[in-house]
Every structure is written in C-alpha cells, then in structure tokens.
Design a protein around this ligand. Structure first.
Ligand SMILES: Cc1ncc(COP(=O)(O)O)c(C=O)c1O
Length: 403
C-alpha cells in the first residue's frame, strides 16, 4: 500500500458505520435465518408446543456435533455456563489445580475459582498467543486436574502437544489429567485435519453476539466424545435430574433453529474473515513497527480477532499512543485482547497472588486488535490499513534496527 493510495483511501473510503474493536455483530442474518426464527416462533406460540425444549434443540446439537466431528454436543445459554459445567464435571476438590493461560478473557479462570479450584496461570507463546505446553508442564503438581487452553482469538491451541503433556501425568485419585478447551472465540477454526473441538475431554463454544456464529445475542455449546460426560451435562443443565445438583442452563428453540442455519453458513463466514485478514496482511506488509498475526501451518485461523503486535521496544506507552491516534485521527477503535488477567482483574489477582509471568506481561504491553467481521467491506478493510499506516507515520517509530 503506497503513500498516494493511502491518502486516496483515507479521504474517499471512510466507513459510514462505527466498527468497534471487537465488533458487536460478528455474523449476519439473512432471509434463511429470519424465516427459521419466524417459523419457530409461530410454531412455539401454540400452547401445546411452547418455546422450551423440542426438536430444534436436538437438530442444532446434531448439526454442530457433525460440524466439529464429535459425537455429542450439549447446547447451553452461554459459553460462560458451559465452562462452569466443564469445571463442575471435574468434581474439583479444595486445593485441586487447573492450569490455564493468563493471556485470556477472564471466563475460564473464573470458572475454576467458581468451582472451588485453584487457577494456576501459565505463559502463552509470544507470537501465536496460545498456551505454551512446555511452560504448562513445568507447573504440573500432584494436585493438577486439568490443562485448560483457550483457542485464543480464533486460532487453535497446540492440542497434540498439550494432550501429550496431559498423558505424561496422572492425578493420584482422579487419574489422567484432562484437557478442556475454551473455544468461545474459535467456532469454525481448524486444527490439522479436523475442526477445533474434535480433541480433548470437552470444548466450549460461544454464540454471543460478537462471535463467529451467533444465536440471538447469547448461546453456547459444549462438545465431547465422552458419552457419560455429555449425559451428565444434560442433567446438570436442567436441574440435575434426580441424582445431583443442577440449574437451568437451557437455550430456547428459536435460538436453536437459528443456530442450525448459522452452522450451515459457518464455513463461509470464516472464509470471509480469512479473506479480510489475508488482504490486510498484504496491505500492512512493510510497516516495520507492526507484526501481523501468525497462523501456524497446522491451523486454520478463524480470525475472530486480528491480533497485531508492536515491535518489542514499542510496547506500552507507544502502543497506547498509537491506539489513541487511530481513534482521534481516523475514528478507528481497537482493543487489547487480552492483557494478562491474573494481574489486571482484581479478583483474579487476589485468587492467584499475582505471580510473575513476564512473557504474558510483555505480550500484554505489545498486542492490540483492529476490528474484523465478515460483514466488513473490502473498502472498509482498506481504510483500516491506511489509517494504521498513517497513525504509525504520524507517531514516528524508531528504526527497526533499534529492536
Ligand atoms: C475466551 C472467552 N471465553 C468465554 C467467553 C464467554 O462467552 P459467553 O459470552 O458466551 O458467556 C468469552 C466471551 O467473550 C470469551 O471471549
């Protein structure tokens, strides 16, 4: 992207809508979704039918399980609840530990603490932002019950390495360490020959309004190949059956009918995110202050977020001034997703005692995300890149050789 192209784009292609750093509307609803919602609403208004339960739920679960290449999918009303369910089914006892990266949204760490477990925060790879298997293994103790990777920002965690780590360690009472994935941001992402969700004890997805596919604002799914686990989750999500504690974590039929349509379009929605991201990589090539996202060969990144890093010596204040300048000069919003949550959340700081995690702190000073969504136009995508070039030039970055 040369200087005269950039000037033309900045003057002629300013978006008429505001794109938030993490856009609220991750997906889009077409005629098929609207028809499915209206038809289901009409059917459910019959007092003999109602909005709860029903064949739409089973159908959505089957479609989602087939998409992920797993045997069971259990729908819930949010990923937060799905993560809680996963921790409940671990039957954590006081002192039990779960290892989970601190470059993360706080939902997974909170789910550990919520079930009485101890979150052990770990480091992430500085380019992929995924849980570091070597660092995770170094934190395993006889109290470790699970590794809890987050498929950060739409790309897969290194599942084979994490499963190999887990297989090398046994909890004295509960046996092999489990691997549980938080894929709230990674619906439709791929890993090796399969989809995110195919590996590990279970994986949790979100259909919240910002996510890769959406079910009317809220929604989630847990997938697993463990039939007993799926059956137990189904009991807990509806008041525990007869034998155990439970509550109501149900999704409704209208959301499920919509979800079935969305999962049919998920591949195309992710393709659009990927096309925008790859075009962006090309437009930002040569902008020395910035590193564009890293997509490992074995991954099909879903680009839930487009995560940039500033050069190491530009972390912190320079990165923050760049973000402010993007907003002031061009109306471009960005987010930092995510700084280390063990040190930035007061509750989690108290829970963990705020141990030193220097790699995560360094990532937290350097990363930021430009908006991306499948509904974004190519012209809007070009504008964001031109704005970033301009802001870097106005701010002035020291020459690359300095770092
Ligand atoms: C990584 C991660 N985990 C969990 C969640 C929680 O998802 P939900 O809003 O569906 O509860 C989010 C939501 O932003 C997330 O980003």
């Amino acid at each position: 992207m040369n200087a005269s192209d950039r000037q033309a784009i900045l003057t002629q292609q300013k978006p008429t809508r505001i794109w938030h750093g993490e856009p609220y509307f991750g997906s889009e609803y077409g005629a098929e979704e609207i028809d499915a919602v209206v038809a289901t609403m009409r059917r459910c208004m019959d007092p003999e039918v109602g909005f709860s339960g029903g064949e739409e739920i089973g159908e959505f679960e089957e479609r989602f399980a087939a998409f992920c290449g797993v045997e069971h999918a259990v729908s819930v009303n949010s990923a937060g609840v799905g993560l809680d369910l996963a921790m409940m089914c671990l039957d954590l006892e006081p002192g039990d530990e779960v290892i989970c990266p601190t470059i993360n949204f706080k939902a997974a760490p909170l789910s550990i603490a919520g079930q009485g477990g101890q979150w052990i925060p770990c480091e992430s790879h500085p380019r992929s932002f995924q849980m570091d298997p070597v660092d995770a293994e170094s934190r395993i103790t006889p109290r470790t019950r699970a590794l809890y990777p987050v498929h950060m920002n739409g790309c897969s965690a290194p599942m084979d390495e994490l499963l190999a780590v887990a297989a090398r360690h046994e909890h004295p009472k509960h046996g092999p360490i489990k691997v549980i994935g938080d894929a709230a941001r990674a619906c439709g992402g791929g890993y090796k020959d399969g989809k995110i969700g195919a590996l590990g004890w279970c994986t949790v997805f979100s259909f919240h309004t910002m996510k890769n596919m959406v079910t009317l604002g809220e929604g989630g799914m847990v997938v697993t190949n463990d039939a007993d686990l799926a059956a137990r989750m189904r009991r807990i999500r509806f008041f525990g059956g007869d034998a155990e504690w439970g509550s109501s974590y149900l999704m409704n039929r209208v959301q499920a009918a919509l979800g079935s349509v969305q999962v049919g379009r998920l591949e195309a929605l992710v393709d659009r995110r990927r096309a925008l991201a790859h075009a962006r990589d090309r437009m930002l090539a040569g902008l020395d202050a910035i590193l564009t996202p890293y997509e490992p060969d074995e991954c099909r990144h879903s680009y839930y977020l487009y995560t940039l890093l500033v050069r190491p010596e530009l972390g912190g204040e320079w990165r923050d001034r760049l973000r402010a300048l993007l907003q002031e000069r061009h109306g471009v919003e960005t987010i930092v997703a995510n700084p280390p949550v063990h040190s930035t959340s007061e509750f989690l700081r108290r829970h963990t005692g705020n141990p030193p995690l220097p790699i995560a702190e360094e990532i937290g000073r350097r990363l930021f995300c430009l908006p991306i969504a499948p509904t974004m136009t190519d012209a809007e995508n070009e504008y964001l890149c031109a704005a970033l070039w301009d802001a870097v030039e106005v701010l002035g970055a020291p020459a690359a050789s300095a770092g």
